[in-house]
Design a protein around this ligand. Structure first.
Ligand code: CMX
Length: 429
């Protein structure tokens, strides 16, 4: 039986050598250009990052280590974490070893609960999550190893320790935040026999007589686990980590980015928009009512949340996965029915707005509705679950970056004056 640590120790040296040779032999070859529009447009489309854990193409959506996300919907989140790191799904022995390792690390230190308990009662749950990760920073194995003078090519080992500790603890932290923030009673101890999704549902204290809520949470944690490295939370985590700040610092920063309404918080805004339509029309709106509502939203200067994407130009396959789950498990729920009807209506509206490049739904257009069905009605909490899942991807990316010896991230900025003069030089040619 080979553990995750042992498998990575086999894989990393030849991979690091491959990258070194690739760079050495091709150092000056051009792989991307930058236009003025991209410079001022959030760097959209510039190929300037390397991420091996996953790839998101406009016409395919998320592919994790060569496997389209829709092929992974039956996997456990723990298996996907192993896949993100090694490009392989674990066999039973390796999975058992990983789960047993997670169990050993899962105990959340008491000071985390003390700090969360001392925060203002109305703190946003994302503030609580980011704080919880940050206050565990003193336990970083990476920082201890760094101070002991560990060799650079071994940095990935204590990084992996930190990644595993974080991933092991986040479900309990997230469930604890829910119970504390919404007065649901004392925390519920983890059940070491359960997988990540089922254990989270158990610690939430939610009824799950037929196991469907656990199924949903496994799917949720798998679908949100990674989305390459150019999005705000992943790029922030990678940038902070590149300064050799440990993963607790880096992930906490990334979570702060995830808390933005154009990124992870969109799921909260999306459900709020859906509930607004249900309240306005006194039930599941008709297609005509939704069409008018979407136009009203646009003309009031708001975005239709959950629609559009910086990269995708198709319906997000993660949306499709939740739609299939919802059709099977909550097709009679008016909130889910409204989400499905919005999908039948809104892309036609957005297609008529010239500036919108992608009229199709992203994962946030639906993820809240299925959580709502299982009784999580506090939608400002939803991004916490996104964060628990996304931590797997960005932490895996952090481990790989250290394994490959990537340097501190430091692109060059220019002034508008420089851009002006540069384009004038082009005009004179
Ligand atoms: N509703 C209204 N306007 C939209 C829109 C939508 N759903 N999607 C894009 N637009 C607008 C943009 O605001 C932008 O307008 P301005 O030029 O006036 O600023 C214009 O269309 C062009 O945008 P784009 O190139 O199509 O999209 P961007 O790459 O700039 O932005 C995103 C992508 C996701 C921020 C945008 O589509 C959006 O705001 N969607 C709604 C919020 C959302 O669902 N976010 C979650 C994304 C998933 C994630 O990263 O977590």
């Amino acid at each position: 039986m080979t553990t995750l640590q042992e498998r990575l120790a086999e894989q990393i040296p030849p991979l690091a050598e491959q990258v070194k040779t690739l760079v050495r032999n091709n150092a000056q070859k051009v792989v991307s250009e930058v236009t003025v529009e991209q410079l001022y447009g959030g760097m959209r489309g510039i190929k300037c990052l390397v991420c091996d854990t996953s790839l998101v193409e406009a016409d395919t959506g998320l592919v994790i280590r060569g496997r389209p996300i829709l092929e992974l919907t039956e996997c456990l989140p723990e298996e996907v974490f192993y896949l993100l790191l090694t490009a392989e799904l674990p066999d039973k022995a390796a999975l058992d070893a990983l789960r047993s390792d997670f169990r050993k690390r899962a105990t959340v230190p008491a000071h985390v609960w003390d700090v969360l308990g001392a925060m203002p009662r109305d703190s946003h749950p994302m503030t609580m999550l980011s704080t919880a990760v940050l206050v565990m920073e003193g336990e970083s194995e990476f920082i201890k190893a760094y101070h002991r003078g560990i060799k650079k090519d071994l940095y990935w080992q204590p990084m992996l320790e930190d990644a595993m500790t974080i991933v092991a603890r986040l479900p309990e932290i997230a469930a604890g935040i829910y119970r504390l923030r919404y007065d649901k009673g004392p925390r519920i101890a983890p059940d070491p026999n359960l997988d990540m999704g089922a254990n989270y549902v158990h610690m939430l204290g939610a009824p799950d007589p037929d196991g469907d809520f656990s199924k949903l949470m496994r799917l949720y944690f798998v679908l949100h686990s990674d989305h390459e490295s150019g999005n705000v939370s992943a790029m922030t985590t990678a940038t902070v980590s590149s300064a050799l700040s440990n993963l607790f610092y880096a992930l906490s920063a990334g979570l702060n980015g995830l808390a933005g309404p154009l990124h992870g918080l969109a799921n909260q805004e999306c459900l709020s928009w859906i509930l607004e339509t249900l309240a306005t029309f006194g039930g599941v709106p008709t297609h005509e009512q939704l069409e008018k509502y979407a136009w009203d939203t646009l003309s009031s200067g708001r975005v239709v949340p959950g629609y559009g994407h910086a990269v995708l130009r198709i319906t997000d396959p993660r949306f499709d996965a939740f739609l299939a789950f919802g059709k099977k498990h909550c097709s009679d729920d008016p909130v889910f029915q409204t989400v499905a009807r919005v999908f039948e209506t809104v892309p036609n509206v957005l297609r008529q707005v010239k500036k919108i490049k992608d009229p199709w739904p992203n994962v946030d257009a639906i993820s809240g509705s299925v959580l709502y069905h299982y009784g999580i009605h506090e939608f400002d909490y939803y991004t916490v679950l996104f964060g628990v899942s996304r931590a797997m991807g960005v932490c895996a990316q952090g481990v790989i970056a250290r394994a490959m010896g990537y340097p501190i991230i430091r692109p060059k900025s220019v002034t508008t004056d420089w851009v002006q003069k540069t384009v004038e030089k082009f005009a004179m040619r």
